[in-house]
Design a protein around this ligand. Sequence first.
Ligand SMILES: Nc1ncnc2c1ncn2[C@@H]1O[C@H](COP(=O)(O)OP(=O)(O)OP(=O)(O)O)[C@@H](O)[C@H]1O
Ligand SMILES: [Mg+2]
Length: 226
Amino acid sequence: MTLAVQAQHVSMIYKSNSGHKVQALENVSLEVSSGSWCVLSGPSGSGKSSMLHILGGLLTPTAGTIEVAGYDLTQATSNMRSTYRLRTIGFVFQAFYLLPHLRAWENVALPLLALGEPHKVRKERATLALNAVGLADRLYHHPAELSGGEQQRVALARAIVNHPPIILADEPTGNLDAASANMILDILQKLVQQGSTLICATHDTKVTERATQSVTMRHGKVVDLV
Ligand SMILES: Nc1ncnc2c1ncn2[C@@H]1O[C@H](COP(=O)(O)OP(=O)(O)OP(=O)(O)O)[C@@H](O)[C@H]1O
Ligand SMILES: [Mg+2]
C-alpha cells in the first residue's frame, strides 16, 4: 500500500518573543496510507493543529522528517513549499478564512489565481468546485451573505478546487450544526471514495465514526494508533 504521509520523530517547540518555550509535539511518528480517512483526536492543546500545519507545509518542525505524497518537506525550499501548498494540499481551517470582499467563486478561485491561471479557467473550475459542495446557486454571494455551513462549504470548495491528493482539515465541523456537519462529512467521504487522502483534527465523534484510521494524541505525543 502506498503511503501518503510518513512522519518520523517530529518535534515542535514554539518559542515566544518573551523567551517562553512550549513543546507542542514530541517525537511523533505517523504513517497514513493513500486513500485513508485519518482522524487526529485528543484533548485541547495535545498538538493536533500543530501536526496538521506541519503536514501542510505551513509550519517547520523543530526536528524530524516528513514526506507527504512523495515530497520530502524537510528538505524543501520555501518556493517548493508554496508550490506544495498550492498543488498537493487542500487545507480546510475551522475558522474558514474566506476573504469578505470577494464573492464565493472568487474565494474558491484564489489558489488558481496564485498559480497564474486565466480568468476563464478560474471561473470554470471554481464553479465546478462550488457545484461539488452543493453551492452552484451561491457563486456571487459574499461570505457575509452565507450561513456558517455554507461558508465552510465554500472553504472546502477552495481546498479542493485544484484536486489536491491530500486534504487536511482542522475541525471541519467545529462551528456547524448537525445537518451542516453531516453535509460536510458526506462531501469529504465522497472525496475519499474518489481517492483523496484525508487527515482531520477533530473532537467530533461524527467525524471519528467515518474514519478508517484513528490517531489519539496527548501532550504532544501519539498515545494510540489504530
Ligand atoms: N503559535 C504558537 N506559539 C506558542 N505556543 C503555541 C502556538 N500554537 C500552539 N501553541 C501551543 O502548542 C500546544 C499545542 O497546540 P495545538 O494548537 O497544536 O493543539 P490542538 O490539539 O490543536 O488543540 P485544540 O483541540 O484546542 O485545537 C498548546 O499548548 C498551545 O498552547
Ligand atoms: Mg487545534
